[in-house]
Design a binder for this molecule. Structure first.
Ligand SMILES: [Ca+2]
Length: 177
């Protein structure tokens, strides 16, 4: 009986270890601070090359009182065009963003790669920046330029600002797995 218990425990350990390799939970939802050679990193609002990769749906570069730089998504969706170095591999993707707070309405947004759904998130009710993580499947990627799209749930109107605002995006990082 004791041997059977040991075998069951061993089998369970093997199954759990086998399943953990591709488990998204193994990757921290917090954006890494280090940079690797194959990373694609956009510091939106600071890096001029980031703005060359941003398509429709974005406002201009802005900076807040603690020197955080970002751009607002000012439409229901915003595009980023990326030449991904290794499209044969899945990509970890981190997005640092903050919603425009609208009373009693939580913002949500989705990430699409070449028009295919990747992930969606619900934002906090306040203006807090936080990191959002997803895995972009290699099957969604192509050799050459890829289109990432952020689609938001709603827009809000800020006082003294003629624009409608959805989400301010500070940084985006793609890292092949
Ligand atoms: Ca930034």
């Amino acid at each position: 009986m004791r041997t059977l218990g040991y075998i069951l425990l061993l089998s369970l350990t093997v199954i759990l270890n086998a399943g953990s390799a591709d488990n998204p939970a193994d990757v921290s939802p917090t954006m890494p601070t280090n940079r690797l050679p194959n990373d694609l990193f956009l510091d939106i609002g600071t890096d001029p090359t980031a703005h060359r990769r941003m398509g429709s749906g974005w406002g201009p570069a802005e900076c807040d009182w603690i020197d955080r730089t970002y751009s607002w998504i000012t439409g229901m969706e915003a595009d980023i065009w990326l030449l991904i170095n290794d499209p044969q591999r899945d990509q970890d993707c981190w997005i640092t963003a903050s919603p425009f707070p609208v009373y009693r309405r939580q913002q949500n947004f989705g990430l699409f790669a070449n028009n295919r759904f990747v992930a969606e998130w619900t934002c906090p009710t306040n203006r807090a920046f936080q990191d959002y993580h997803a895995i972009i499947p290699a099957a969604w990627l192509v050799t050459g330029t890829n289109r990432l799209t952020l689609r938001v749930g709603h827009l809000g109107r800020a006082p003294n600002d003629p624009r409608e605002l959805a989400l301010s995006v500070d940084k985006i990082l793609l890292r092949p797995r």
